[in-house]
Design a protein around this ligand. Structure first.
Ligand code: COS
Length: 379
C-alpha cells in the first residue's frame, strides 16, 4: 500500500478542509443547539463536488473512489459530525444503485439524484429490526407488475429531507433474508410520509426520522437486482460505506485532539501550562496514537474496496476501531479541558456527544465484532 497523496488528492483534501473551516465549523454549535437542518450548506457542498461523491463521472458526478472519499469525510467531520452525516447519508442511499442498478437504472437515478440538488436516504432499519436485518417487516405485496409497500422504517438519516429513498422490504416475512428486495423511490411517492424529527443527544444537525409507507405503489422497474437479493445488496452497501464512517470518526477524534493540544498549551495550573504535566502529555499521546491507527485502518479498508477486494472484515474492523477511538479520544478531550470541557463554551462536549452515535449507527460495534468474528471463523 502506498498512502502518499498525489496532487489531485491533496487538492481535494484542501478543498474539503477549507469548506469545513469556512462553512461548516462556524454554524456547527448553532445547529447543534437549535437542531436546525443546514440545507443551504449541504447544497453548497454538492455544488463543490464534496457531496454525492459516489455518483460516477459519466452520470455527472465526482465519481470518487472510497479512499478519496475518506479524505473528504475526515475533513468535513472535523467541522461537524452531524452535518457530515447528512452529507454522507447521500452516498449510503446511492450506493445500492451503484452496486446493483442496471445501466438504465444507474443513468435514471444518478441523474435524478445529482442533476439538481436532491438528498438521498437509506431505509433499512425498523422499530423491531435494527441489527437483525433479515427480520425486517416492511411488506412488499405484488400487484400486477407493481409492488405495494406497507410498514415503517426508523432512524432514517435525511428522512424528512430526501428526494430519493432506497428502501428494503420483504415479499415474505417468514423467508427471512431470502425474501428481501431493494427498491428506489422518489421522495414525493404517494403514501410515503416522514414522521417527526428525533430529538437526539448528538449529531443534532442531521435529520433523523421514522418514515411511513402506507400503500406506496412501486413499479417493478424501480426494483434493484432480483427479488430476494435485497439482503445481499444491503450487506454489500454497508461493507463499502463503513470505511467512510471510520473516516468520520477520525475527523471527530482529530478535532478533539487539536482542541486539547491548544487548550493544554494555554491553560495554566500550579503556575505553568498544563501541557507541562506528564499526566496530560500521556493523555495527548494516547489520543494521537489511537487517532493515527484509526486513520490507517480506515484508509486500508477503503483502499481494499477500491481494488475490488472483499473487505467485510476490514470494513468492520475500521468502523469499530475508529468509532471506539472517537469515543475514547473525545472523552479524554473533555477530561483535559476539566470543568470547562463540560460546558458548551468549549466544543469538546459536543464532540463527545457526536462520537457516541458513531458506535451505534451503520451497525452497532457489537454487530461489527460479530461480522469480524464470523469472517475469522470462515477463513
Ligand atoms: N456481502 C454479501 N453477502 C452477504 C454478506 C456480505 N457482506 N453478509 C452476509 N451475506 C449473505 C450470506 O452469505 C448469506 O447468504 P446465503 O443465503 O447464500 O447463505 C446471507 O447473506 C445471510 O447471511 P447471514 O446468515 O450472515 O445473515 P444474518 O441474518 O445472520 O445477519 C448480520 C447478519 C447480523 C451481519 C446482518 O444482519 C447485519 O449486518 N446487521 C447490521 C445491520 C446494520 O448495520 N444496520 C444499521 C442500519 S443501516 S444505517
Amino acid at each position: 500500500m502506498d498512502f502518499e497523496l498525489d496532487d489531485a488528492q491533496l487538492a481535494l483534501q484542501e478543498s474539503a478542509r477549507r469548506f469545513a473551516a469556512q462553512e461548516i465549523a462556524p454554524i456547527a454549535a448553532r445547529c447543534d443547539q437549535s437542531g436546525e437542518f443546514p440545507r443551504a450548506v449541504l447544497k453548497q457542498a454538492w455544488e463543490l463536488g464534496l457531496s454525492h461523491v459516489c455518483i460516477p463521472a459519466e452520470h455527472g458526478g465526482t465519481g470518487l473512489g472510497l479512499f478519496d472519499t475518506t479524505l473528504v469525510v475526515e475533513e468535513l467531520a472535523w467541522g461537524c459530525a452531524g452535518i457530515t452525516t447528512s452529507i454522507m447519508a447521500n452516498d449510503l442511499g446511492l450506493t445500492p444503485i451503484l452496486l446493483a442498478g442496471s445501466p438504465e437504472q444507474r443513468k435514471e437515478w444518478f441523474e435524478f439524484a445529482g442533476g439538481e440538488f436532491r438528498l438521498a436516504a437509506f431505509c433499512l432499519s425498523e422499530p423491531e429490526a435494527g441489527s437483525d436485518v433479515a427480520g425486517l417487516q416492511l411488506l412488499a405485496e405484488k400487484d400486477g407488475g407493481d409492488y405495494i409497500l406497507n410498514g415503517a422504517k426508523c432512524w432514517i438519516t435525511n428522512g424528512g429531507e430526501a428526494g430519493l429513498y432506497t428502501v428494503f422490504a420483504t415479499l415474505d416475512r417468514s423467508a427471512r433474508h431470502k425474501g428481501i428486495c431493494a427498491f428506489v423511490l422518489e421522495g414525493d411517492a404517494p403514501g410515503l410520509s416522514p414522521g417527526k424529527k428525533e430529538d437526539k443527544m448528538g449529531q443534532r444537525a442531521s435529520d433523523t426520522r421514522v418514515v411511513h409507507f402506507d400503500g406506496v405503489r412501486v413499479p417493478a422497474r424501480q426494483r434493484l437486482g432480483q427479488e430476494g437479493e435485497g439482503f445481499a445488496i444491503a450487506m454489500r452497501t454497508l461493507d463499502s460505506t463503513r470505511p467512510s464512517i471510520g473516516a468520520l470518526a477520525v475527523g471527530i477524534a482529530r478535532r478533539a485532539l487539536e482542541e486539547s493540544v491548544a487548550y493544554a498549551r494555554e491553560r495554566r495550573a500550579f503556575g505553568t501550562p498544563i501541557a507541562g504535566f506528564q499526566a496530560v502529555q500521556f493523555m495527548l499521546a494516547d489520543m494521537a496514537k489511537d487517532t493515527e491507527a484509526a486513520r490507517l485502518l480506515t484508509r486500508q479498508s477503503a483502499w481494499m474496496i477500491d481494488r475490488g477486494l472483499r473487505a467485510s472484515k476490514h470494513s468492520a474492523i475500521a468502523k469499530c476501531f475508529a468509532t471506539d477511538v472517537a469515543m475514547r479520544v473525545t472523552t479524554d478531550a473533555v477530561q483535559v479541558h476539566g470543568g470547562n470541557g463540560y460546558t458548551r463554551e468549549y466544543p469538546v462536549e459536543k464532540l463527545m456527544r457526536d462520537a457516541k452515535l458513531m458506535q451505534i449507527y451503520e451497525g452497532t460495534n457489537q454487530i461489527q465484532r460479530m461480522v469480524i468474528a464470523r469472517e475469522l471463523l470462515k477463513e
